[in-house]
Design a protein around this ligand. Sequence first.
Ligand SMILES: Nc1ncnc2c1ncn2[C@@H]1O[C@H](COP(=O)(O)OP(=O)(O)OP(=O)(O)O)[C@@H](O)[C@H]1O
Length: 310
Amino acid sequence: MSYSFRHLSSTLIDAERLLQLLNTNPSVMDQENAKDLVIKEGKVEFQGIDFAYDPRKQIIKNVSFEVDGGKTVAFVGETGGGKSTMLKLLFRFYDVTNGTVLIDDQDLRSVTLTSLREAIGLVPQDPALFNQSIRQNIRYAKLDATDAEIEDACRAAAIHDDIVSFPDGYNSKVGERGVRLSGGQLQRIAIARVLLKNPKIVMLDEATSAVDSAIEAQIQEAFRKLSKGRTTFVIAHRLGTIVEADQILVIDKGEVIERGTHNELLLLGGKYYELWTKQTAGAPKSRVENKEGSTAPSANVEPLIGSEQG
Ligand SMILES: Nc1ncnc2c1ncn2[C@@H]1O[C@H](COP(=O)(O)OP(=O)(O)OP(=O)(O)O)[C@@H](O)[C@H]1O
């Protein structure tokens, strides 16, 4: 028993190290006098941010915004505009070229990377699982989690029933010789991991591939629970999921070209309106009337972000 626990722990720690290595940029290190990040309400600020992966091509141009603790901001825009890059800067996978990124008034460059990454949970588009049991795959978010904590997180992420339906339940191995998980199940497992980690700031990189609408609703419900009371960033591909976000930033060629709530942006009649119209064209829809008396299409999609949060 003690051998197997030790064995398990070291495997998990190796997995964690591997992930860190994959995400490590050698130019980003702790400053000599770095302090641990102190999280209060989870306020995030981007102040005049410029960034380039290669100095010959500027990717992010003078981006500023502020998100209060517990609120939700969504990034939308055409592919390649810089949405993922903004999240990488918040994780400090890279340092900004100009400007400052702050969490609760602390410059990210002045805090330790470990404390920064403990404060943030990511639900990636395509979560990676290790060739281990489902339970181990979730536990790596919190090595000392009890089985009950893991199962609670899975219930909240609406994946528990799927897991117990597998022949070996939580002990089912994933991967080539184990159970095959669908994209929707993987995302809910990733949500369970972040619930277990319990960070103050969460990020969701919404999958681009469309999933069945019942699964989509389950993912959205799980993510709504995750975002409650946490500062939330969403890279949204389906705009119907973010209609209740506190703030939507439209990113184009590295710049914020529009910002506001869903209704404000529809009324503006600019890029967001264009994207929304494109996405909802052809879908059965109702029409909502705007203040000018013209109409804007509305998607038949449940919002990802519940109005109760924040
Ligand atoms: N590691 C990297 N090295 C060099 N260039 C990169 C790197 N990652 C992204 N880019 C470039 O930065 C720009 C912004 O990419 P980013 O992935 O942030 O856009 P995005 O808006 O998230 O796109 P998508 O919706 O397709 O995910 C693109 O031109 C991309 O090619």
